[in-house]
Design a protein around this ligand. Structure first.
Ligand SMILES: Cc1cc2nc3c(=O)[nH]c(=O)nc-3n(C[C@H](O)[C@H](O)[C@H](O)COP(=O)(O)O)c2cc1C
Length: 210
């Protein structure tokens, strides 16, 4: 788990948003985390955030051997609670065989079925090519629909050609991140004030399609 400090300072009236990234990639370095890094850089410029990351592939045999939540060792239980108590969850995966990796699903199989209800969740994925971009809509979004989570409508996908190494270069994906995060900020402010917000002034280009 890592904390990221790229953010605006929090204040008494504007406390840091607790963002938890659930990382479904085993890679180091990772394109998936390169995409998330671009998301966090942009989000940290909009709001004070405090970021934690759960690397599901690094949770070890105590995690892979847990079948029921009440058998989870204390370190795994702490990670599950961290995700359940986030203000904003970022679910980020590489596409594996047209879906999310099994280890990522195993983490969410242990999350309490009501803990994510109404929780804002951002979806992000990377793939070898663009053909499986709809993994966001056909695999990730239904998983979080089960939890009755509030998935943000604009989700983020990038493929190998969008990166230099693990640095996201494609301006179209960066533009999509801006739009999606403006929606997140609107949503969070509306929840905080109880009032709908004027819509963010971020243009929505036609090429917002995946
Ligand atoms: C086991 C495995 C299965 C994969 N299956 C797919 C796939 O179905 N579709 C796809 O576009 N990419 C697939 N890929 C490629 C990865 O999704 C892609 O390289 C991703 O960007 C890797 O992210 P990472 O650097 O965070 O690991 C697969 C890779 C692996 C290792």
């Amino acid at each position: 788990m890592t904390s990221v400090v790229r953010t605006l300072p929090s204040t008494d009236t504007d406390p840091a948003l607790r963002v938890v990234v659930v990382n479904g990639s085993p890679s180091r370095p990772s394109k998936t985390m390169g995409l998330v890094s671009a998301v966090l850089d942009t989000l940290g410029g909009m709001l004070p955030v405090e970021v934690s990351r759960i690397d599901v592939y690094r949770l070890g045999p105590g995690f892979t051997g847990t079948i029921e939540r009440d058998e989870a060792p204390a370190d795994v239980e702490a990670k599950l609670r961290l995700a359940e108590e986030a203000d904003l969850l970022i679910a980020a995966v590489p596409v594996y065989r047209g879906s999310y990796p099994g280890m990522f699903k195993h983490f969410f199989d242990l999350v309490d079925q009501y803990a994510l209800a109404n929780k804002p969740v951002l979806l992000a994925a990377t793939g070898g090519g663009d053909h499986h971009a709809l993994v966001l809509e056909h695999a990730l979004r239904p998983l979080f629909a089960f939890f009755q989570a509030l998935t943000v409508p604009v989700a983020f996908f990038a493929s190998a050609g969008d990166f230099d190494g693990t640095t996201l270069l494609n301006p179209r994906v960066h533009g999509r991140i801006e739009v999606g995060l403006a929606d997140v900020v609107d949503l969070l402010r509306a929840r905080a004030t109880g009032r709908p917000q004027a819509h963010a002034e971020v243009p929505r280009p036609a090429q917002l399609l995946h």
